[in-house]
Design a protein around this ligand. Structure first.
Ligand SMILES: Nc1nc2c(ncn2[C@@H]2O[C@H](COP(=O)(O)OP(=O)(O)OP(=O)(O)O)[C@@H](O)[C@H]2O)c(=O)[nH]1
Length: 349
């Protein structure tokens, strides 16, 4: 019998979590549970074990030694063994990281060659930008969009504080180039606070894993608190796992939308998007209409920079007629990105 024992026998045991793995099975961890990594903090990982099943439960884990230097990040799907019960004081072990569908990376700045994966398996990057107070920075938006495209993610621009300034110029700039736009504004009424545009945003998050980025003061916490009531993202919330305030942590946190409608990943610490890891060709991917022109009309090996001889993007701007100013702005954005990347300049939003 022992010689014919295989993995399917292990899975069919009535209570795989309750018994220790047999020595023979240990390297395979055939009885491991699946989990989603929802937070990372100094070597401790918060998990949702068996997500979307009747057995779903939060738990805390560490990385098993056998994983070595392999990084585990928010959004990772992992296999866990040991005490995965999630009861107070329990600690599971992450033994395997599943293949990632997408990987959102940043470099600390453009001169830092060290890539850091911020979030795994996200579908969409939501750039939260205030229309005023603080003023929007198209350069920053372009960089985030480039990071999204490089990661294989969609980009969604969420323009907040529409009560303070018109969204029209930014909508005109981004809508025609494939970046979806949602506009929100907070309204104080007699019956409390409502956020116009929140339903629209919610709809675009439904069924997806969305990473929210935006710098301080743009209204991201206001949105997250409205989207996921009870998260207390605003101030001084003490983290159950570490006992430290959440906002002292720079790591991302995965939050589930009500009614299991989707997931949002809040990234309090992501304040810059160094792009040293991004390939020039991939940057063009953030500007689809420019990529078409470049592919069809630019000379081979064209750098697309403003000093590039015979770069077809200049002719394309000149041919734009009434669209010429908008085209020029897009080409300018691309070139600023190319310059920032090749000159090693760091940009903080
Ligand atoms: N006028 C106006 N103010 C807003 C709107 N949304 C948020 N605010 C205000 O903008 C300020 C910043 O909002 P937060 O939600 O704290 O912004 P945040 O991006 O999370 O910033 P940090 O908490 O610093 O990370 C707060 O005073 C909000 O009340 C809006 O639509 N219109």
């Amino acid at each position: 019998m022992a010689g014919r024992y295989d993995e399917s026998d292990v899975r069919s045991r009535p209570n795989p979590r309750g018994s220790r793995p047999r020595t023979k099975q240990r390297p395979d961890h055939a009885d491991a549970d699946q989990a989603l990594v929802t937070g990372v903090d100094r070597g401790r990982y918060t998990l949702l074990v068996s997500p979307d099943t009747a057995d779903e439960r939060p738990a805390v884990a560490m990385k098993a030694r056998e994983l070595g230097r392999e990084r585990v990040v928010c959004g990772d799907h992992v296999d866990v063994v040991g005490d995965t019960s999630g009861t107070r004081g329990s600690l599971a072990r992450i033994v395997r990281v599943h293949e990632r569908r997408t990987v959102l990376r940043r470099t600390a700045d453009d001169t830092d060659p060290v890539e850091r994966v911020i979030v795994a398996n996200a579908d969409q990057l939501v750039v939260v930008t205030a229309l005023a107070d603080p003023e929007p920075r198209t350069r920053m938006i372009d960089r985030v969009v480039a990071a999204a495209y490089d990661a294989g993610m969609d980009a969604l621009l969420c323009l907040t504080k529409a009560d303070l300034a018109s969204p029209d110029p930014l909508v005109a700039l981004y809508a025609p180039v494939g970046v979806e736009v949602v506009v929100t504004s907070v309204r104080e009424g007699t019956d409390g606070r409502t956020i116009d545009g929140l339903d629209d945003l919610r709809q675009r998050l439904t069924g997806r894993v969305s990473v929210l980025v935006g710098h301080s003061g743009v209204g991201k916490s206001t949105l997250v608190n409205a989207l996921v009531p009870g998260t207390g993202r605003a101030t001084g919330d003490v983290n159950d796992v570490t006992g430290r305030g959440r906002h002292t942590s720079s790591s991302a946190v995965v939050l589930r939308l009500p009614d299991r409608a989707g997931w949002v990943v809040d990234t309090p610490g992501v304040r810059s998007f160094g792009l040293a890891h991004v390939q020039v060709e991939n940057l063009l991917g953030a500007f689809p209409e420019l990529a078409d022109v470049a592919e069809e009309r630019c000379p081979r090996g064209c750098s697309h920079g403003s000093d590039a001889p015979d770069c077809a993007l200049d002719a394309w701007v000149a041919e734009g007629g009434p669209d010429a100013p908008a085209r020029a702005q897009r080409v300018d954005s691309l070139r600023r990105l190319l310059t920032a990347r090749s000159s090693g300049a760091s940009v903080q939003p």
